[in-house]
Design a protein around this ligand. Structure first.
Ligand code: FEO
Length: 170
């Protein structure tokens, strides 16, 4: 019966499996940003803490968006378990660099699913993923900007907290 259901899906089976993997990535990103918010809170980077709490919520929304898409289209979305979330960062620069690396990984994963949709002629999922492609571009830009500023001007301690307000005080 399960095979019959899977054979009659409006979205491609390979794409569903990749989207379930993406759910795990988004959940990991949400948990990682929560850990980063905690680190920032502990180290007095109040604006960055606020920024990462908000980012964590956004990542959870991304996860739920994919979750709902799979279930609404006859697939089965799986609730993810999250492991290996780090709470240790050498500095605020190290933290933002890690965030940027994570966003780049997510972007590549989204692009890979997007290209699989194209190959499998799953037009609906390709259109669904367009939003994520654009969203990833924005998120990468935010993290890249923070890394650049901390890298250029984060040498002295006074600057660190001024930068915190400047890049994350939104
Ligand atoms: Fe939803 Fe930035 O990964």
């Amino acid at each position: 019966m399960e095979n019959l259901i899977r054979e009659n899906l409006s979205i491609n089976i390979k794409v569903i499996d990749l989207l379930n993997d993406q759910i795990k990535m988004e959940a990991k990103a949400s948990a990682t940003y929560l850990a980063m918010a905690s680190w920032c809170d502990q180290h007095g980077y109040d604006h960055s803490a606020k920024f990462f709490y908000a980012q964590s919520s956004e990542e959870r929304e991304h996860m739920l968006k994919i979750f709902k898409y799979i279930n609404d289209n006859g697939g089965m979305a799986y609730s993810p378990t999250v492991e290996g979330v780090s709470h240790d960062y050498e500095s605020i620069l190290d933290l933002y660099k890690t965030a940027l690396q994570e966003e780049i990984k997510v972007s590549k994963s989204i692009q890979n699913i997007f290209l699989t949709c194209r190959k499998e002629k799953d037009v609906a999922s390709e259109l669904f993923l367009q939003w994520f492609v654009n969203e990833q571009q924005e998120e990468e830009q935010k993290m890249r900007h923070a890394v650049k500023i901390y890298d250029l001007h984060g040498e002295d301690v006074e600057n660190l907290y001024a930068i915190d307000k400047r890049i994350a005080g939104v």
